[in-house]
Write a protein of this length. Structure first.
Length: 189
């Protein structure tokens, strides 16, 4: 089902999302990749504060290419999400509500998604140049020393993603494969 979501979103709006929904996101999201996640994780474990209010926020696993003249941001394709898995349960427990990336998540992350009523979405890899056109503002807000892996605050308009894991733990990567195998089996009979 096609849906639109404005961030920040209410818990009720997030809980209405279902694995397989085509979603268009508008609002403020943040970027963070491996190095930024490690730094946030270490900061929290040392009793420190995160560089932005994570409560209710969405993160896009993104390290954009440099912007060309006249552009807000360079190519903005997703990074493989599993690289953030060891940091994700802690960030979800601190209020992170949505993650955008690509690829599968660990059982521990799926469990944390359900426990924290969060959602995992995928952006289509290989379409970074097109996805960047949905980003209307970009500002580095933390960890500038990390270069492309710095944390950015993005304003997005109708950023297209697909809900992969919903708040109930339904996983499109699993259900789509199961549905496909059932269809093949039915056609062989």
């Amino acid at each position: 089902m096609e849906k639109r979501l404005t961030i920040p979103a209410t818990d009720a709006e997030i809980q209405e999302l279902r694995a397989g929904d085509m979603l268009y996101i508008t609002g403020t999201i943040y970027t963070a990749r491996d190095a930024a996640h490690k730094r946030m994780f270490d900061t929290l474990n040392q009793g420190g504060e995160l560089p932005y209010d994570i409560e209710g926020s969405f993160v896009y696993y993104l390290g954009p290419t440099p912007a060309r003249p006249g552009q807000v941001i360079g190519s903005a394709g997703p990074t493989t999400s599993s690289r953030m898995d060891k940091y994700t349960p802690l960030l979800l427990s601190k209020g992170l509500k949505g993650m955008i990336g690509k690829g599968k998540r660990s059982p521990e992350v799926v469990k944390a998604i359900v426990e924290n009523k969060s959602v995992y979405m995928a952006a289509i890899g290989g379409l970074g140049a097109l996805l960047s056109k949905r980003i209307i503002a970009s500002e580095v807000i933390a960890y500038d020393d990390l270069g492309t892996e710095a944390i950015r605050k993005l304003t997005v308009e109708n950023l297209p993603v697909v809900v992969i894991i919903d708040t109930e733990g339904n996983n499109l990567y699993e259900t789509a494969a199961e549905d496909y195998l059932k269809e093949i089996s039915a056609n062989e009979d």
